[in-house]
Design a binder for this molecule. Structure first.
Ligand code: SF4
Length: 424
């Protein structure tokens, strides 16, 4: 095996080392030990915790991949399909796998989905959103002509601005309060921006459900669109869109994030910078005891993409050395800085935070194909928030807000942009 040349992109065959050498102990189940405060909220894998069988966690999936690659297991099994897709692809086991062993579990799991789709074994429930995106240009199947109607007349865009705000399907159609609050923040900071005339879907759903050929086409088209626009910066309020542009397009098309040709920023990064520079002032009090939920796509999975090709030598050492995306350099402090800067807000951390945060349950085609898992995961995270003794939860992604809003909990749910807009 050590003589094989690997690319560590989205080809499952390249992850046999990772699948075979995983020690199959408890690493993938627990958050980092120094964060554990007791038995409750000490687990990191929603799919495994919800189902209670190893097959649904990373240890079982490593065994499955190893057996698939050795021809000992057949792809054609409804049970296998459920195991592979009843998975939030939240990146948490990837953090565990890199704590001291340098495995690429998130890439292995994404590649496993790609292989399942190529073999024709995807959940039929993914067709609905996919068809909406391919036919209408957005995940809700709404007329694209209405896409930019969220923008209030009171906020003016600038045709010559070198910054584009990409609202995303959710910001454009489902949760306009977030896009409107983001625009208000940019206007208050006197930061000119424009919108794309026919903003497309970022394609996150298509990619994360394993439909690689389609997702690559969307990636190339969207990159062409932004590059042609001449924009220097694209700003996002949706963590899924942000990570898709920053990480998944380069990953699919095999180039480093640094060669995108434009900067990718989340609004929390810019607002934090504007506050520090004095360009943005927060005047109003917002009295709330609150906790912050790190979106998986803004936190542990948002580190820039770097292609790598080479060999895994003795003890799995990467030759040439590989820079590993361990999840610790995600966007963690800017959202917290913003919350602390709002007068009246008292911020308390949940047990699981930063790269150890528990998922909200809204991603990876799970709400569409396995809604019980999506609901359970959101409710579990809200139970953890309530345990922190707060009255509200803030996140920085419309998908998280939507998941928590439907979790049947007494806590108030906000996107951080909404709180900023109130404070402005
Ligand atoms: S990606 Fe998340 S849900 Fe999937 S196996 Fe890993 S920890 Fe569990």
């Amino acid at each position: 095996m050590s003589e094989e040349k690997l690319e560590l992109g989205l080809n499952l065959d390249d992850y046999q080392y990772d699948a075979r050498h995983w020690p199959a102990q408890g690493h993938g189940r627990w958050i980092d030990y120094n964060y554990i405060q007791g038995i409750d909220f000490s687990w990191r894998c929603p799919s495994w915790q919800n189902q209670g069988f190893d097959a649904f966690g990373i240890a079982g999936k490593c065994d499955i991949v190893d057996h698939l690659l050795r021809g000992k297991l057949d792809y054609a099994s409804p049970t296998l399909r459920d195991v592979v897709f009843r998975d939030l692809l939240c990146g948490s086991c990837d953090v565990a796998g890199k704590r001291n062993l340098d495995f690429e579990f998130q890439m292995m799991l994404e590649s496993l989905r790609v292989r399942m789709v190529e073999k024709g074994f995807a959940p039929p429930e993914h067709a609905g959103v996919t068809n909406c995106i391919m036919d209408s240009g957005n995940r809700f199947g709404k007329p694209q002509i209405d896409r930019n109607k969220w923008l209030p007349k009171s906020i003016k865009t600038s045709a010559s601005a070198d910054t584009i705000y990409f609202a995303g399907c959710r910001g454009a159609f489902a949760d306009r309060a977030i896009s409107q609050s983001t625009a208000k923040i940019m206007a208050a900071a006197d930061a000119p921006f424009r919108l794309l005339e026919n903003e497309p879907c970022c394609g996150h759903f298509v990619f994360i459900t394993g439909q690689l050929a389609r997702a690559k086409k969307i990636a190339q088209e969207n990159l062409n669109l932004i590059r042609k626009s001449g924009a220097k910066t694209v700003v996002f309020s949706c963590a899924e869109c942000y990570k898709t542009f920053k990480v998944d397009y380069p990953k699919m098309l095999n180039f480093p994030t640094s060669e995108l040709g434009f900067d990718v920023k989340h609004i929390t990064e810019l607002a934090d910078q504007w506050l520090k520079e004095g360009k943005l002032k927060l005047k109003n009090r917002v009295d709330l005891k609150i906790t912050y939920h790190d979106p998986c796509n803004l936190g542990r999975m948002s580190e820039p993409w770097l292609p790598w090709a080479g060999k895994r030598g003795k003890w799995g050492v990467y030759e040439p050395p590989k820079i590993l995306r361990r999840g610790v350099h995600g966007i963690y402090e800017p959202p917290r800085n913003l919350l602390r800067a709002i007068k009246g807000i008292e911020l308390t951390e949940m047990v699981r935070h930063h790269e150890n945060a528990f998922c909200c349950g809204s991603d990876a085609g799970v709400p569409e194909a396995y809604p019980d898992l999506a609901r359970w995961t959101a409710a579990e995270r809200m139970r953890e928030a309530a345990h922190a003794g707060v009255e509200a939860v803030a996140s920085a992604c419309p998908a998280c807000k939507s998941a928590f809003s439907g979790a049947g909990n007494e806590l108030k749910v906000f996107d951080i942009t909404e709180l900023m807009a109130k404070a402005i």
